[in-house]
Design a binder for this molecule. Structure first.
Ligand SMILES: C=C(O[C@@H]1C=C(C(=O)O)C=C[C@H]1O)C(=O)O
Length: 385
């Protein structure tokens, strides 16, 4: 077969592919209609006038689609390529079911924006918010269906603003975790000045934390100015002589600012973990979820409560993979909380294994209630690591 024959055969297959993709899309639209009907019924049944509002994106179903196509793949297309193709097929699919909006820490060009696109694809709309608590509030008040927030970085650790938002009833009472995203990332020094003329650097505190040795060795005397996001730093610096920003290299073209130095993070495997959050009256309980996030505040009057709560995880066969703590009183609720100094809220991520009974999450939560003034199951989801 010559070139032209091969190309005309491809054209014929493209016709079939487009037809099949549209058939798939029509089925998805039908599913979307059923979801809306079910949501309406749930809304009418809900006594407090609100109900689950975010049933369009279903991580469990998407996972089973990815697994199915991977198992059907005989090559030569790689599993990774097929994954990206299906990411966009499902992005188009959910956007046909409803207007899907995803809030992220903006402006455009943040790592949070990149993580949101990695999870939701290009067919949904992304809405920038100027800080993490605003993303939570937009989701909690149902202004927007989904939000993406950073939770921890492999070099600099947890993101306090996100933990504190989960610790605030006002900001996240009905907000849950739907899924997680691991984003490998490289911090880049951006500036329209020469390195030796820089006197000021703008960035998010988490990004400064990921580049400390580089900054100490290369720009020890510059002023580090913390701003709400890396991309905001790039935007500000692009307009200010003798300044620089630490941000995603994508900000270079977005904000007309030069790349001075690539990869300035302390480790080349630098990765940030993000969470997809949503508002729901009922926690989605995916059958095969293998990760759980729980938040609780200990009742300080009981001794040994930390040990006792950790023992419960062991008793019900959960493998704890991370523990964070923050002051128990939410820093977002001025004058309204009655927690004392030096009491703590704990955030625990644990793995669920085959050994866990289907009841074990509920048993764990019930057990925790004994030692805690506040317990919330933040999410049951799939470990993407
Ligand atoms: C079609 C559905 O809705 C969404 C789209 C999916 C798809 O196109 O395969 C899968 C899961 C959902 O995020 C569904 O829930 O089955």
């Amino acid at each position: 077969m010559d070139f032209d024959d091969l190309r005309s055969e491809i054209a014929g297959l493209d016709q079939q592919l487009v037809d099949i993709l549209n058939q798939r899309a029509e089925l998805s639209v039908a599913i979307g209609k059923s979801k809306k009907k079910a949501e309406k019924v749930a809304l009418e049944l809900a006594t407090n006038g609100s109900a689950a509002t975010s049933s369009i994106y279903i991580p469990e179903q998407e996972k089973s689609v990815y697994n199915r196509v991977k198992s059907l793949n005989n090559g030569p297309i790689s599993d990774n390529s097929l994954y990206s193709i299906y990411r966009e097929i499902m992005s188009a699919s959910i956007s046909l079911q409803d207007k899907v909006q995803v809030a992220f820490l903006g402006p455009i060009g943040t790592f949070c924006h990149q993580a949101a696109k990695k999870k939701f694809g290009d067919s949904v709309s992304f809405v920038p918010y100027s800080n993490i608590t605003d993303v939570f509030e937009a989701v909690e008040t149902s202004k927007i269906g989904y939000g993406v927030v950073p939770i921890e970085n492999s070099i600099f650790g947890s993101v306090p603003m996100t933990l504190d938002s989960f610790n605030s009833i006002k900001i996240s009472k009905s907000t849950i975790i739907l899924s997680e995203i691991y984003l490998p990332l490289q911090q880049t020094l951006l500036s329209n000045s020469e390195l030796k003329k820089i006197t000021k650097i703008y960035s998010h505190p988490m990004a400064f934390g990921q580049c400390q040795p580089w900054l100490k060795n290369n720009l020890p005397d510059v002023q580090c100015v913390e701003v709400n996001s890396t991309a905001l730093g790039a935007q500000i610096s692009s307009l200010e002589p003798f300044s620089a920003a630490i941000a995603n290299s994508m900000c270079s073209s977005l904000y007309n600012i030069n790349i001075l130095e690539q990869n300035i993070s302390t480790r080349s495997d630098n990765t940030t973990r993000f969470l997809v959050i949503s508002r729901s009256q009922q926690l989605l309980q995916p059958k095969n979820a293998d990760k759980v996030s729980i938040i609780f505040t200990l009742n300080n009057t009981k001794s040994n409560s930390i040990q006792n709560t950790l023992q419960l995880f062991d008793e019900f066969k959960f493998t704890i993979i991370s523990i964070n703590s923050r002051p128990a009183g939410s820093c977002f609720e001025a004058g309204t909380d009655n927690t004392s100094n030096w009491s703590y809220t704990y955030f625990i991520d644990a793995l669920i294994s085959q050994q866990n009974s289907s009841e074990s999450v509920n048993l764990l939560i019930d057990g925790l209630q004994k030692y805690c003034t506040f317990v919330k199951l933040l999410g049951l989801y799939f470990n993407e690591n």
